[in-house]
Structures are given as C-alpha cells and as structure tokens.
Write a protein that binds this ligand. Structure first.
Ligand code: ITT
Ligand code: NA
Length: 182
C-alpha cells in the first residue's frame, strides 16, 4: 500500500521510508497543515492528519509526525516549540544552555497520526538520552547533541537510529496496528 508522509522534513520521511520497507511505499508530501495551539502532540498531529487527508487529492492514507525534544533541566523546553527553537536559537546554542546544568537528561518524543478518511489513529514513541556537545554528520535537527548509549543520533545510520529512536518506536507500533487492521 502507499502512504503519504506529510512533512516538510526530509529526514523524517527518509526514516519512515526505511522503516516501512516491505510494509508500505512511503511518499513524502509537502502540505502545510494547521498546527493547532495545544500542548498535546496527539491533538496537533491528529488534527493535522485529518486536515491533510481532506485537503489533498487522492485516496492513499496520510501520516503526520509531530515531534519534540524535552530537556529535563529546562522544564521540558523546547518541547512543542522545538522547530521554532531550532530555527531561532539553534542546536549549538541549545547545547550551550544545557552545558551549564548538572542534569543533562532529555527525551525525544514523537506522535504519528494516521488518517485514511474513515479514522484517525495516533501512535507515540519516545527515547531517553543525554544532551552533549555536537558530534556526527548524519540524521537531522537535534541529532548531533542527543546521545544514546555512547553515540549521538547523528553518528548513527538511519537503520541504527530507527532501531532505538522515538520515531522508530512509533513506527513499530503503527506497523503492528496496520498489520492487524488489514
Ligand atoms: P514537519 O512539521 O513539516 O513534519 P518539522 O521539522 O517542523 O517538520 P516538528 O515540528 O515535528 O517537524 O519538529 C520539531 C523539531 O524537532 C524540529 O526542529 C525537528 O528538526 C526536530 N526533530 C524532530 N524529529 C527529530 C529527530 O528524530 N532527531 C532530531 N531532531 C528532530
Ligand atoms: Na512542524
């Protein structure tokens, strides 16, 4: 089956495509859905998926992915503001902010929302790690400063990252659901 991954972020689509190989054909579609004001990633992603499905021509289901980085010492910042903070403050300066803290624990969380015109379903995944000085050339976004088990996510291949990441975990739950739904 074909799935339209609605995102402006190539990295997300690349990871979903690799993960769902043999399960679904992932096509990246750029559509600027409304990000409703909410602290709930489920609500933001669910609304986005429903809106994108209605606005786009075609029958293939859509997936939306709403993610954030939550730093413990910063009260969960940047959280739902992660995209804005990446664009304004930047990844290097976020590291500088966390460098001063004793507790550098953080987690990534993502919510995938699926819409096929009949139903909207959400699947979430998260992973805990440590904020470190930037290392690595792979991945995207905050990957260079997020360390898991001795490696930053930017030092991992797509497959390695998918095996442990928030997105990989959400995609695993989604793939299980899809297999049961078919
Ligand atoms: P779309 O909304 O078009 O999907 P986006 O990049 O704006 O793309 P988000 O709002 O979900 O997506 O992303 C929040 C921020 O978190 C943004 O700065 C991303 O680069 C970053 N991010 C999301 N997933 C990530 C991951 O797996 N690794 C590193 N950074 C990630
Ligand atoms: Na976004």
């Amino acid at each position: 089956m074909g799935i339209r991954f609605v995102t402006g972020n190539e990295g997300k689509a690349r990871e979903a495509d690799a993960y769902l190989e043999g399960v679904a054909d992932v096509e990246q579609v750029a559509y600027d859905y409304t990000e409703v004001q909410s602290d709930s990633l489920e609500e933001i992603a669910g609304h986005g998926a429903q809106e994108a499905y209605e606005a786009l021509e075609g029958a293939d289901p859509v997936l939306v992915d709403d993610a954030g980085l939550f730093v413990d010492a910063l009260g969960g910042f940047p959280g739902p503001y992660s995209a804005y903070v990446e664009d304004t403050v930047g990844v290097e300066r976020l590291w500088r902010l966390v460098e001063a803290e004793d507790n550098r624990r953080a987690h990534f969380r993502t919510v995938l929302a699926y819409a096929d015109g009949e139903r909207v379903e959400t699947f979430d995944g998260s992973v805990g790690g440590t904020i470190v000085a930037p290392r690595g050339e792979g991945g995207f976004g905050y990957d260079p400063i997020f360390e898991y088990n001795g490696q930053t996510m930017a030092e991992m291949s797509t497959e390695e990252k998918n095996a442990i990441s928030h997105r990989g975990r959400a995609l695993a739950t989604f793939a299980e659901w899809l297999a049961d739904a078919e």
